[in-house]
Write a protein that binds this ligand. Structure first.
Ligand SMILES: [Zn+2]
Length: 368
């Protein structure tokens, strides 16, 4: 049973490297268009290559009796050449590393991509994943326009190929009218490869396919922030705020304040305590149908109102006063939400403000 350990190991390593090489070649052929799989695979292969080399360099001293047996291995072939580790020799056995380094760069996304919302997603996170602005994502998905928090797990979104407005061509529209409507350059529309694959730009004038999508690169739409009205009135003797706001929960930031998202999302597990950001009068406690789910509104009596959304539990009633830092509810994922978080808004004299920079104390860090 005793064999020369160096020879056996060398042969096995070489045979493995050979099979890996063949597999890479096959996969390169089969997955010419599947960049993510190939990228992932080549990353694994890089590790395999390093392990093989490390094994070869260090493992030759292993005694034959100690060598692990792999029962899936084919019988070693006798006529394989020796492993050549000379990096200057183009015929060396390090070529799998070379394949790793010359893997094709990530293909440019040219088409509209359909994306299914996963737990924990929000508009900012999805947009960043596809390298576009959050605005471009909400403009491509009409129902998000007045409420970017209106995401639910399993919902399908359209992701435009580039920043701008993804528009559905209506009867009578032309390149010029579309460009004017979204304040964009007609040439950018005509030069877009996605548009060229759908519409007939070779005719003069260009012919647009009605109801089909057209990408308006660099285009924009006005941002509409929804107004949700509540009819509560605050009594004269209600407790007033200090105007020094505190963070309402211990959490990480899963979505910052931006044009279409007039609040900050603070993520933590369901049940985490939510406290009043400042003293005030509880104007609303209950279910909000527009997507906020279980929601609390506190009027601070000085022009400021704070909103706490997606709660799993309430600890106060409408019509009572609260002190700054008092427990008012618990983090949840009610309403349109993809995971437990507190959507927190600060509205001063009717205008949404970014809590970062106004709320005192260390701003929670970004979720990892
Ligand atoms: Zn939010």
């Amino acid at each position: 049973m005793m064999q020369d350990p160096t020879r056996e190991l060398t042969t096995r390593v070489h045979s493995l490297a050979n099979r890996v090489y063949v597999r890479v070649e096959n996969l390169k052929y089969e997955n010419a268009n599947n960049v993510s799989l190939l990228t992932r695979l080549t990353a694994h292969l890089g590790v395999i290559a390093l392990v093989l080399i490390a094994l070869l360099l260090s493992g030759i001293q292993i005694q034959a009796q100690q060598q692990p047996r792999n029962y899936d291995e084919p019988a070693p072939q006798e006529n394989l050449p020796d492993v050549n580790l000379d990096p200057t020799n183009p015929e060396n056995d390090l070529r799998i590393s070379v394949i790793v380094n010359t893997a094709p760069a990530k293909k440019e996304r040219r088409d509209v991509t359909q994306y299914t919302v996963k737990p924990g997603d929000n508009v900012s996170v999805i947009a960043a994943r596809f390298g576009i602005t959050p605005d471009s994502l909400i403009w491509a998905n009409g129902k998000l326009e007045d409420n970017p928090d209106a995401l639910s797990v399993g919902q399908d979104l359209l992701v435009p190929p580039v920043n701008g407005v993804l528009h559905q061509v209506a009867k009578g529209e032309t390149i010029q009218t579309i460009a004017a409507r979204f304040k964009a350059d007609p040439a950018a529309i005509l030069n877009d490869p996605f548009n060229q694959s759908i519409h007939d730009f070779k005719s003069s004038p260009p012919v647009l396919v009605e109801n089909a999508f057209i990408m308006v690169p660099g285009g924009s739409k006005p941002i509409v922030i929804r107004k949700v009205q509540y009819s509560a009135t605050t009594p004269q003797n209600a407790i007033k705020g200090t105007s020094n706001f505190q963070w309402p929960t211990a959490a990480c930031v899963s979505q910052y304040y931006w044009g279409g998202h007039p609040g900050i999302d603070l993520a933590n597990s369901k049940g985490t305590a939510v406290v009043a950001s400042d003293a005030g009068y509880v104007e609303f406690v209950g279910w909000d149908n527009s997507g906020y789910g279980n929601m609390i509104l506190i009027n601070h009596g000085n022009g400021a109102v704070t909103r706490y959304a997606h709660l799993s539990a309430f600890a106060v009633n409408a019509g009572q006063s609260v002190t700054k830092g008092q427990l008012i509810g618990r983090i949840g994922s009610t309403g349109r939400s993809t995971g437990p978080h507190l959507h927190f808004e600060l509205i001063v004299n009717g205008v949404h403000r970014n809590p970062v920079g106004i709320v005192r104390g260390n701003t929670p860090g970004r979720c990892r």
